[in-house]
Design a protein around this ligand. Structure first.
Ligand SMILES: NC(=O)c1ccc[n+]([C@@H]2O[C@H](COP(=O)([O-])OP(=O)(O)OC[C@H]3O[C@@H](n4cnc5c(N)ncnc54)[C@H](OP(=O)(O)O)[C@@H]3O)[C@@H](O)[C@H]2O)c1
Length: 258
């Protein structure tokens, strides 16, 4: 049963990977979409494709979630277009670099902290008031298994994803007494552009991350997000951890030798 049809779903980081797969999944269930990311051309292509195939309405906007003034403008624009924030998927995020903490690159640190923590805060701060005013809505934050366990050289990325879990719980308790649900989906390894971004465009290195086992696909995670949002309104899934069968935690992997 789909409770999604006709809802407005706002997805950050919709130009690739999990965000793009969520757009496809929710469009196929009849939701209307707001797609946001920095690469507008990709969003425009996705919009054209989804509108043609599913006959839904789609708004595509260039947005850097780190830019608080731009997020405020984005939120005002949605209000002016009478687009209610029924569902917000805070998905935009990245890992940047994989150095030991004592050798860490300050730009990588800022990029991760500003996107993964402050980006979620910026978007949530401007969109949740519209949910509160209507006493209705659902925020899904994309966390990570990296928010449960640290691994060598994960340091700052781990810290940002631990923060996503803390912010999910913080939002949830602060919205007690409203009908607004708050959830976090925490995937293990998903084959997207994630590792390519982490390794600053080094394709060879990033492809090795996904060798020798069946990683999750972005579509697998989109299914999980859909399940969370499609639950009846009195059911709030606070967190869902989704792992490849071949990955049991950040250390235990079963890889077939090539
Ligand atoms: N892949 C994994 O193994 C994995 C595992 C656990 C959690 N995650 C989390 O899943 C989320 C999605 O990642 P993915 O795996 O789908 O990677 P991806 O393919 O690299 O997609 C990341 C998305 O985030 C957007 N983004 C990055 N910085 C942004 C910014 N400043 N403002 C707006 N959008 C921004 C990117 O769009 P633009 O570049 O166009 O802005 C892109 O659409 C992230 O939060 C990531 O931490 C991934």
């Amino acid at each position: 049963m789909s409770r999604i049809k006709g809802k407005q779903v706002i997805i950050t980081g919709a130009s690739s990977g999990i965000g793009m797969a969520c757009a496809e999944k929710f469009a196929s269930a009849g939701a209307n979409l707001v797609l946001a990311a920095r690469r507008l051309e990709r969003l425009e292509d996705l919009k054209e494709n989804l509108v043609k195939r599913f006959g839904i309405s789609v708004v595509a906007r260039r947005l850097d979630v780190r830019d608080r003034a731009a997020v405020e403008k984005f939120s005002g624009e949605l209000e002016a277009l009478s687009i209610p924030p029924d569902v917000l998927i805070n998905n935009a995020g990245l890992a940047s670099g994989m150095d030991r903490l004592q050798e860490g690159d300050f730009e990588d640190w800022d990029r991760m902290i500003d996107t993964n923590i402050k980006g979620i805060l910026n978007v949530s701060r401007f969109l949740i008031p519209g949910m509160v005013a209507r006493n209705s809505g659902h925020v899904v934050n994309v966390g990570s298994l990296a928010g449960h366990q640290v691994y060598p050289r994960g340091n700052v990325y781990n810290a940002t994803k631990f923060a996503v879990r803390a912010l999910t719980e913080g939002m949830s308790v602060d919205l007690l007494g409203t009908n607004i649900r708050v959830s976090c989906v925490s995937p293990g390894a998903v084959h997207t552009e994630f590792s390519e971004v982490r390794f600053h465009g080094d394709r060879e290195r990033s492809e090795k991350v996904y060798k020798g086992y069946a990683s999750l696909t972005a579509e697998d995670v989109a299914e999980a997000v859909f399940f969370i949002i499609n639950a009846p309104e009195h059911v709030n899934i606070l967190e869902m951890v989704v792992l490849p069968t071949a990955q049991r935690n950040v250390y235990c992997w079963h890889r077939e030798e090539a």
